[in-house]
Design a protein around this ligand. Structure first.
Ligand code: ATP
Length: 416
């Protein structure tokens, strides 16, 4: 089933209003599993509107228009579709009665113009407007359908949900069960991820996949349409498996699950404990960890060692290390991680040191350079990162990467 949207109104073409109607209808059609390949915006001009409707009818089964149902001479949508389908306009008495009621209930005077709104193409299914005066219209001719909806967004949405969705479900047996699942990924860039699942992205119709980069994570939303829940779930499972086969360790969680929750669960499983030493993340890593209820079971504390003195005093980082390699260095990150693990007496110590920017960079140490150290019974490992983005994003990415390093370690992948 293919639909097209025609948004009418010179205001749209002049950029005076934003076309939120088309956005709403597109999203709803997608969720109903109805294809949409073209959208057109046309002014209040008879010839051009006729051309737009005729063209859309060539390409689609259903043409949905918004706007131009009002009482003024510029409101011509119904007249044009009547011409296209070869119908006469006739007075729809029930609509006229409703419009009269609408005015009298509000103590308003109805003008002659408003009668125009009750003129309908012969044979039209008339849609009641519970929120305004202009009724909507469904006009059928063989396999082709034109649906006219009013322009004001709240009237359009109301009529779409009250009348158009039931009509589409009934006529086309569209599948109304929409299920979605989000796979959350970390440790991989958006373009690399896209490359890995390119084949799935290209062949998508049902399920559909959408990528969203969010605060250092990439979310893959899988959406399926089906007639029943069990089939929808099975389709989601299958799509999830295909994605996991391609992305492996980069997928850390599903739906609302956070990286800190995953790490917490792994620590609880092995009865492990953790403490952090944070420089550039300023406590963000610990904040993420303690967002998880019950984190006191494995997380003991954090030292926010921003200054060199704090790094030496609380973590035992050596003065020579700082002097020789600097605060943002592999060596300092390693000593910070070892220091926090030793002083806290925990199984794991994580340390983060870096340059969040925008100031503080040098030629050798640019903004976004971050070292993350992990100390465990097996020894110390330090990883170097180059994050892009503003100060907030660098901190966010650094904190997530620290969690991810520990996750991979606990899963026995990479460093253990
Ligand atoms: P009315 O009965 O109010 O005249 P109508 O069906 O004739 O309704 P229009 O006159 O085309 O609709 O538009 C009325 C108002 O609805 C516009 O001034 C604008 O504020 C809003 N509107 C129209 N089309 C859109 C659109 N595509 N997206 C968002 N708002 C719209």
């Amino acid at each position: 089933m293919i639909a097209e949207i025609i948004s009418t109104g010179t205001e749209l073409l002049l950029g005076q209003i934003v076309n939120t109607n088309a956005q709403y209808i597109s999203a709803r059609l997608a969720s109903l599993g109805i294809h949409l390949f073209f959208q057109t915006t046309v002014g209040d001009n008879r010839l051009r509107m006729e051309e737009a409707i005729v063209q859309a009818l060539h390409r689609a089964d259903i043409v949905i228009t918004t706007g131009g149902l009002g009482p003024t001479l510029g409101d011509i949508t119904k007249e044009v579709s009547a011409i296209v389908f070869g119908r006469k306009l006739e007075l729809h008495k029930e609509s006229l009665a409703r419009i009269c009621d609408f005015f009298s209930q509000r103590g308003l005077v109805m003008t002659e113009n408003n009668v125009r709104q009750a003129m309908m193409p012969a044979g039209a299914i008339v849609l009641e407007n519970k929120r305004g005066t202009a009724p909507g219209v469904i006009l059928e001719k063989g396999q082709k359908v034109i649906i006219h909806l009013p322009g004001p967004p709240h009237e359009m949405k109301g009529m779409f949900e009250d009348a158009v969705v039931p009509y589409l479900v009934n006529r086309y047996n569209v599948q109304t069960i929409i299920h979605s699942r989000v796979l959350r990924c970390v440790g991989i860039g958006e373009s690399m991820l896209e490359e890995k699942i390119k084949d799935l992205l290209l062949r998508q119709s049902n399920p559909t996949l959408a990528l969203l980069a969010r605060h250092g994570e990439i979310h893959i939303r899988i959406t399926v349409h089906s007639s029943d829940i069990d089939t929808a779930d099975a389709m989601l499972d299958e799509a999830e498996k295909s994605i996991r086969d391609r992305l492996g360790i980069y997928v850390f969680g599903v739906d609302e699950e956070t990286l800190a929750e995953v790490v917490g669960r792994l620590l609880v499983k092995e009865n492990g404990t953790l403490a952090c030493a944070e420089s550039c993340t300023g406590g963000l890593l610990s904040s993420l960890l303690t967002d998880v209820p019950g984190s006191s079971q494995y997380f003991t504390h954090c030292i926010i060692s921003y200054s060199n003195e704090a790094k030496m005093h609380y973590l035992g980082v050596r003065e020579e290390t700082l002097a020789q390699y600097g605060a943002v260095s592999e060596q300092t990150a390693g000593e910070m991680a070892a220091g926090i693990r030793r002083t806290a007496g925990t199984d794991y110590g994580i340390a983060v040191t870096g340059i969040a920017g925008p100031s503080g960079a040098t030629e050798e140490k640019p903004v976004g350079l971050v070292y993350i150290g992990l100390a465990a019974s097996a020894g110390i490992t330090v990883k170097e990162f180059h994050f892009s983005g503003d100060r907030f994003l660098v901190k966010q990415r650094a904190a997530l990467s620290a969690l991810n390093i520990l996750r991979c370690y606990l899963l026995n992948i990479g460093t253990k």
